[in-house]
Design a protein around this ligand. Structure first.
Ligand code: HEM
Ligand SMILES: *[C@@H]1O[C@H](CO)[C@@H](O)[C@H](O)[C@H]1NC(C)=O
Length: 322
């Protein structure tokens, strides 16, 4: 009798637990916060100093590096594929729709990488540098912190097609955005929290023009203000901040959504009489809830199918395969 009970317990508890470990371990098996503790103990200080300097000379850089990391992770995982430069014989991700004339901050990662190489050459991946730089940028702008695990390796390839397919469009509706994130194992709550990254940084006129001239779910005074610097034709690259405090990582993005002052269509879709309205309202009045959920979702984003072990390489120069 006793042995039959324990056998049942094995199948009811041990076996399912084992299965969960195998599948979740697949993505994060070898990542660890202490991965470089022995071989590059100063790595985290070098990245923090580099981001400090970059954000001091250009506050927007915290936002730009965070977006670079998001666009890296959404395309074949967090493998620094976005950092590979196009050449005559290689087409990477930098000229995909979402990145061309838009993704910025490459020179900041290159400069940090040069300093890391000087301290411990051939040891730290560009993918890990980008993951940590994104976290440090958020912290420098007043956002939450989270523990970054390391051990990602750098891709030897990149895919413009995959970037065009997988990076969400600012013209999308809620259902499409939700399925874009679900395809990466991120649920709607993760999506709504991660979109709060738009509490920092800017967007170009062509990404929100249709909304400010044609949408009905927009505060008219806000539309008028935005039209002043984003004409119906021309001025495609004119910048507007996502919220009124674009250099502070706060919850004003969600307050803007509740006021129907979302900049992109994809922003306002999170508060447009749909399933995410309640969560947006929560974040708009509870900054601590937003900070906690954002940090948790960033850890999930950071763990998207990394190359580990002997896969990929440690690039010497982030823009070029070794
Ligand atoms: C929900 C789907 C998303 C869409 C459709 C979207 C789209 C966009 C667009 C169109 C821009 C402006 C780019 C330009 O005009 O050059 C932008 C900027 C930005 N995005 Fe997103 N985004 C999304 C989610 C995210 C996520 C998940 C993050 C990070 C966790 C993020 C971080 C940023 C940041 C920080 C900026 C400002 C960058 C800067 O000022 O340089 N976005 N996004
Ligand atoms: C407004 O919508 C119409 C009809 O879809 C479109 O032709 C026009 O270009 C839009 N206007 C702007 C400024 O985007």
């Amino acid at each position: 009798m006793a042995s039959s009970i324990s056998t049942h317990f094995f199948f009811l508890i041990t076996l399912p637990t084992f299965v969960i470990f195998v599948f979740s371990g697949y993505a994060t098996a070898q990542l660890s916060p202490t991965f470089y503790a022995r071989n590059c103990p100063n790595f985290q200080n070098i990245v923090r100093n580099g981001m400090n300097q970059a954000v001091r000379s250009d506050r927007r850089m915290g936002a730009s590096i965070l977006r670079l990391f998001f666009h890296d992770c959404f395309v074949n995982g967090c493998d620094a594929s976005i950092l590979l430069d196009d050449t005559a014989t290689f087409t990477g991700e930098q000229n995909a729709f979402a990145n061309r004339n838009s993704a910025r901050g490459f020179e900041v990662i290159d400069s940090i990488k040069a300093n890391v190489e000087a301290a411990c050459s051939g040891t730290v991946s560009c993918a890990d540098i980008l993951a940590l730089a994104a976290r440090d940028g958020v912290v420098l702008l007043g956002g939450p912190s989270w523990t970054v695990s390391f051990g990602r390796r750098d891709a030897r390839t990149a895919s413009q097609t995959q970037a065009n397919n997988d990076i969400p469009s600012p013209f999308s509706d809620l259902a499409t955005l939700t399925s874009n994130f679900a395809a990466k194992g991120l649920n709607a709550r993760d999506m709504t929290a991660l979109s709060g990254a738009h509490t920092i940084g800017f967007a170009q006129c062509f990404t929100f023009r249709n909304r400010i001239y044609n949408a009905t779910n927009i505060d008219p005074a806000f539309a008028t203000t935005r039209r002043a610097t984003c004409p119906a034709t021309g001025g495609d690259s004119n910048l507007a901040p996502f919220d009124a405090t674009q250099n502070n990582f706060d919850n004003n993005y969600y307050r803007a959504l509740v006021a129907r002052r979302g900049l992109l269509r994809s922003d306002q879709e999170l508060f447009n009489n749909g399933a995410q309205d309640a969560l947006v309202r929560t974040y708009s009045t509870n900054p601590a809830a937003f900070r906690a959920d954002f940090a948790a979702a960033m850890v999930k984003l950071s763990n998207l199918s990394p190359l580990t072990g002997t896969n990929g390489e440690i690039r010497r120069n982030c823009g070029v395969v070794n």
